[in-house]
Ligand binder design. Structure first.
Ligand SMILES: *Cc1c(COP(=O)(O)O)cnc(C)c1O
Length: 347
């Protein structure tokens, strides 16, 4: 006997990365946070916040944030919807579009939350493996005709970007929505944003967690044509995004220069770290994100444990095809140097 729906009993549940308390003497390279602090303008807004914002309910439309985002990205305000991180937006899309008999489809491996949300919704699910060299299984994805098709681009944990021509073909040939999860776009050379104008079924998801160094704030947003935004809005909790998040987030959004500077530093460190890991015998895949997928020259689980003993956290996935690899977030050059030194003394 159970208190839960059968689909909830049957699911494993999402396992988040380890999140030690700030101040713990640890080099945290396991959940792809930005190693730099958020924009000084965002911090200034946080410090000068009028307590009156806390007494009142927040603006359910997050107009301040949407205005800032509209100007920063040059998209109309009514094409933007905010959520409590892009995880919340993913949840809203699944709840709005999927149910038993309405399928969720995505290539594997990818962000594990797509599976979790689909299981909670009890929707049908089709996971299609990526081909050699991260080739998108385009024909299979089209043939599946999901009510929702998820593509993370850049993808996690592989770090690769899906070609625009593939995304365009998907959008043109799917009857359901195509969700392009651009959590890592700030570290990439390309964005699929132009597809939103061309296709009425495309939803782009962005977050302030990675590029803007605001993972603790919980703020993400969707970009889509107004007919989709209006439908998703019916499913969203009116007050899922708090007043502080929208005000601080708006300031971060208006400071694109700062975000871009930090992203450039991360990209330079990423290339340097890849070279150093390869010198230690790691296989390292090309990445357009702030992390590297690597295959160490030895047992990945043991190296993960050994690093943890030395207060360095990286991500180990205990699942097929990934349990011989480690995903390593790009830290500051100093953090990366300590990682390399620690690894070289252990290998
Ligand atoms: C980090 C991440 C997210 C979640 O971002 P939040 O805005 O912090 O919820 C979504 N998708 C992918 C692929 C991610 O890696």
């Amino acid at each position: 006997m159970s208190y839960f729906r059968p689909s909830v009993d049957a699911m494993a549940g999402y396992v988040p990365g380890e999140q030690p308390k700030p101040g713990t003497p640890i080099i945290k390279l396991n959940t792809n946070e930005n190693p730099y602090l958020p924009s000084p303008n965002a911090i200034a807004v946080l410090k000068s916040l009028d307590p009156e914002w806390l007494r009142r309910y927040p603006d359910p439309y997050a107009n301040d944030f949407r205005q800032a985002t509209s100007e920063a990205l040059n998209i109309p305000k009514d094409w933007i919807m905010v959520g409590n991180g892009s995880d919340d937006m993913l949840n809203v899309v699944v709840r709005a579009c999927a149910e038993p008999g309405r399928k969720v489809v995505y290539p594997m491996p990818t962000y594990v939350l797509y599976r979790t949300l689909t299981e909670i919704q009890d929707a049908d699910r089709l996971e299609i493996p990526y081909g050699e060299n991260n080739q998108l299984p385009l024909n299979e994805l089209i043939a599946a005709q999901g009510a929702v098709t998820f593509i993370a681009s850049p993808n996690s944990p592989s770090g690769h970007v899906v070609a625009m021509s593939d995304l365009r073909q998907l959008a043109a040939n799917l009857n359901g929505v195509l969700v392009i999860d651009e959590a890592y776009v700030d570290f990439a050379e390309e964005t699929a944003l132009p597809l939103v104008e061309q296709f009425q079924n495309v939803i782009i998801l962005r977050t302030l967690s990675k590029g803007y160094s605001l993972a603790g704030l919980r703020l993400g947003f969707a970009i889509a044509q107004p007919h989709l935004i209006r439908g998703l809005f019916k499913v969203r909790d009116s007050y899922s995004v708090d007043a502080i998040a929208t005000l601080v987030g708006a300031a971060a959004m208006r400071d694109q220069d700062y975000k871009n500077e930090c992203a450039e530093k991360v990209k330079r460190s990423r290339e340097k770290l890849a070279i150093e890991l390869r010198q230690l015998g790691f296989e390292v895949w090309n990445s357009q994100t702030n992390f590297l997928l690597t295959q160490p020259p030895g047992n990945a689980a043991k190296i993960y444990e050994a690093l943890k003993q030395q207060n360095i956290l990286v991500r180990y996935f205990n699942q097929p095809n990934l349990d011989d690899k480690l995903r390593i977030s790009v830290g500051t050059d100093e953090q990366n140097r300590i990682l390399i030194t620690t690894l070289s003394s252990q290998l």
